[in-house]
Design a protein around this ligand. Structure first.
Ligand code: NAG
Ligand code: NAG
Ligand code: NAG
Ligand code: NAG
Ligand code: NAG
Ligand code: NAG
Ligand code: NAG
Ligand code: NAG
Length: 668
């Protein structure tokens, strides 16, 4: 290899590397953390520890410059038709002022050489000086973001404006800082607002149009530019130029920051990733002359901490509640109508709060609730620990029962299943249940005989509907005074119908498992375990006694002595002293015929042999006076079938005063 070929290789290497550097026409800085090598900075300019480019601090009469170290090819071969290259740049600036009014501004600059010398601070923005201002040999292009009302010589506009400067600090064009919304509304942007501001500068060399656009942080680039200027930059640009920023303070000071920057000699500079941009450091604003400032800032920061902690607390509480309110639906659950979302019921009862409990029966607690969208008060029965096995069949049945409409039954509005809990939603009955009126001595209101008789008729009608008028025979299985609910007008309504079925589904058919309440269970039911309309009639007979006598079916007179109501009434009847059983709280204020009818009907209904009992329809006929209950009726009681002897079978008691049948001893 001879010398010339070595030098040829060197030249081509040199040429190649020049070409390479000329091709590097695009760059992107999402923050400047690692950009110190790529930038030429002078004056007050520096990169903060978190990667923000700070052009000046807020000392007076500072100048700062930061340029991309490599020069940019801005003008191609002069022989082509549009030799000046297009360019495009976007950046985010932030001007932060801590004391006094801010100043004096910053600029995006394209300059023929760096560092910029012969420049002044203050309103010259570190770009020019009184010596060279306006000189065409400056070859200086700048977009200024000026924050000071220059009241002296170089006035281009009142403060807060954006201008295009060509060789001269007096702008070619200057407009108040603003952006255009999609509706073309002109919205002011306060350059001294302390918030980051996005800027886009686009020059199309073919069209010779320069556009300048600004917008608050995070907004998309406005479609309409703030400045659109027809200008040929060819006379201004030299072949290679440096691009960067300049800022200055004067009597007025601000921190001038650039958070991110991209540039391209293409038509569109790469977009910045706004979420990655570092934010400028914030100084605590405390004036040294007053300690109030310190106190204030401490107060403010502790308040902020407090609000934050409160916020975290609320968020975690909300999440916890969401979890509590969530439900794990099984597919089949969607098949059945009238399903309530768990969260509606949860909210409606204030989270199943104890304060909302109306009462608790054998099947579970009953809560008072409000369904907000229906603006309706409801009673929600929460049945816990239901075995999953029977629930599906039960809900299937409930869905059909939910279609029942009768003024003497409590309307079932819907249901909800969540894990092991089954929730049944009923109409709310403002007057509660009959037993509290009959047996609660603290209760001031006493039911008159007329009211009692009416309620008994209501319940009889309700049972006729269940037994005969509904499309299928529904056995209630748990007729008792605590399941007789009273609406606002003291109409009697039967509640909890069909609920006993829940405990029968899925049970082992070989174990007898009677559902009902001690004192209301008919002898045949305790033997066969099979509930029939006849066993409902028996229980209704006991209800008649309760209302007439004002006594519970089984009362404890002493720790080991119970009075069994039915036995007592039968006894009194046998001894022809039936009127002695009448509730003394009625104070003899009752219709004698009606009272006799009720007691006799009670005996008629509670006969040991189911076939001897009337049907519920017959009962309504007697109560309405359509049929006369003959005095000659002989009530069939077999001592052997009496309640006292039903001790062989276990049963589930849904009564609070439930007791084991084996402990029953003879009352009076
Ligand atoms: C900055 O300089 C580094 C090291 O010289 C280089 O690897 C990197 O590409 C430069 N970044 C830009 C945007 O030019
Ligand atoms: C601002 O920057 C200048 C030059 O770097 C420095 O002398 C001055 O102390 C700085 N002022 C503040 C307040 O940081
Ligand atoms: C603003 O405060 C800084 C110190 O935080 C000080 O260096 C600067 O001179 C002040 N500027 C004005 C205009 O008072
Ligand atoms: C413009 O600047 C050039 C070079 O710096 C200088 O020679 C010339 O005299 C200046 N012209 C005016 C009018 O100041
Ligand atoms: C925006 O509104 C201001 C005053 O409201 C007006 O001076 C300015 O010219 C408007 N700018 C544009 C681009 O319409
Ligand atoms: C400048 O803005 C106008 C809309 O006013 C648009 O038509 C044009 O394409 C823009 N030019 C550049 C280079 O962005
Ligand atoms: C932008 O410039 C690159 C080279 O830097 C080039 O490959 C690309 O085609 C240009 N894109 C446009 C739209 O001009
Ligand atoms: C930059 O973002 C704009 C939307 O703001 C989008 O239209 C454009 O395609 C993006 N440019 C690039 C190079 O991703």
């Amino acid at each position: 290899m001879n010398n010339s070929s070595v030098s040829l290789v060197c030249y081509s290497l040199l040429f190649f590397s020049i070409c390479l550097s000329a091709l590097a026409t695009e760059f992107l800085f999402n923050g400047f953390r690692d950009a110190a090598k790529n930038l030429s900075m002078d004056g007050a300019a520096l990169i903060t520890s978190n990667g923000v480019l700070q052009i000046t601090n807020d000392s007076m009469r500072q100048i700062g410059h930061a340029f991309f170290s490599s020069r940019m090819l801005m003008v191609k071969d002069e022989s082509v038709s549009s030799p000046a290259l297009s360019f495009s740049t976007t950046f985010v600036l932030d001007i932060i002022t801590y004391n006094g009014s801010g100043g004096t501004g910053m600029a995006f600059v394209i300059a023929p050489f760096i560092p910029l010398s012969r420049v002044e601070s203050g309103q010259f923005l570190g770009l020019l000086s009184t010596q060279n201002n306006g000189n065409v040999s400056n070859h200086l292009f700048a977009i200024e973001f000026d924050t000071v009302d220059n009241t002296r010589k170089y006035i281009d506009f009142p403060d807060n404006h954006v201008g295009v400067d060509i060789n001269d600090i007096q702008s070619v064009v200057a407009v108040p800082a603003a952006y255009h919304t999609a509706e073309l509304k002109n919205v002011t942007v306060n350059l001294l607002g302390g918030e980051p501001i996005q800027a886009w500068i686009d020059y199309n060399s073919a069209a010779k149009v320069l556009n300048v656009t600004i917008a608050p942080f995070m907004l998309p680039k406005p479609y309409q530019p703030l400045i659109s200027l027809s200008i040929d930059l060819l006379p201004i640009f030299k072949e290679y130029m440096y691009v960067g920023f300049s800022a200055a303070t004067g009597k007025f000071t601000s921190y001038h920051y650039v958070l991110g920057w991209s540039f391209s000699t293409n038509e569109s500079a790469p977009n910045l990733t706004l979420s990655e941009l570092p934010l400028p450091p914030r100084k605590k604003v405390n004036s040294p002359t007053s300690r109030i400032g310190t106190v204030k800032s401490v107060l403010v920061s502790s308040l902020i901490t407090l609000v934050f902690v409160l916020f975290l607390f609320l968020v975690s509480k909300y999440l916890r509640n969401q979890r509590k309110q969530s439900e794990n639906l099984e597919d089949w659950e969607l098949e059945y109508p009238n399903r309530f979302p768990y969260k509606d019921l949860y909210r409606g009862t204030k989270g199943f709060n104890e304060t909302e409990v109306l009462g608790s029966g054998g099947f579970g607690k009953v809560y008072k609730g409000t369904l907000w969208h229906a603006k309706k008060q409801v009673a929600i029965k929460k049945i816990s620990n239901t075995s999953n096995q029977g629930v599906r069949e039960f809900i299937a049945e409930l869905s059909s029962l939910g279609q029942m409409r009768h003024r003497n039954i409590v309307q079932l509005l819907g249901w909800c299943k969540r894990n092991e809990d089954l929730l049944l939603v009923y109409d709310y009955m403002p007057n509660g249940s009959l037993d509290t009126f009959l047996f609660d001595d603290n209760r001031s209101t006493n039911l008159s005989w007329n009211q009692r008789f009416k309620i008994l008729k209501d319940i009889a009608f309700g049972l006729v509907y269940l037994h005969e008028d509904w499309e299928q025979v529904v056995v209630h299985r748990d007729v008792k005074s605590s399941n007789v609910l009273l609406d606002a007008e003291l109409n009697g309504r039967l509640g909890d119908f069909g609920l006993a079925r829940l405990y029968e589904h899925g049970k082992n058919p070989h174990t007898t498992h009677i559902v009902g309440t001690v004192g209301y269970i008919s002898p045949e039911l305790s033997h066969t375990g099979k509930a029939t309309t006849g066993s409902d009639v028996f229980a209704y007979g006991i209800l008649l006694f309760e209302v007439a006598c004002g006594r519970r079916p089984i009362e404890h007179t002493a720790p080991s002595t119970q009075v069994v109501l039915i036995d007592w009434v039968r006894e009194c009847h046998t001894m022809n002293k039936l009127l002695t059983v009448i509730d003394p709280r009625l104070n003899e204020n009752y219709d004698k015929e009606e009272m006799e009818l009720v007691l006799k009907l009670g005996l008629f209904c509670s006969q040991s042999i189911p076939e001897a009992r009337p049907t519920m329809r017959q009962v309504t006929n007697y109560l309405n006076g359509n049929d006369i209950l003959s005095d000659d009726v002989v009530f069939v009681f077999s001592k052997e079938n009496s309640l006292r002897l039903n001790s062989q079978l276990p049963y589930t008691s849904s009564s609070k005063d439930g007791m084991s049948s084996t402990s029953l001893s003879q009352g009076r």
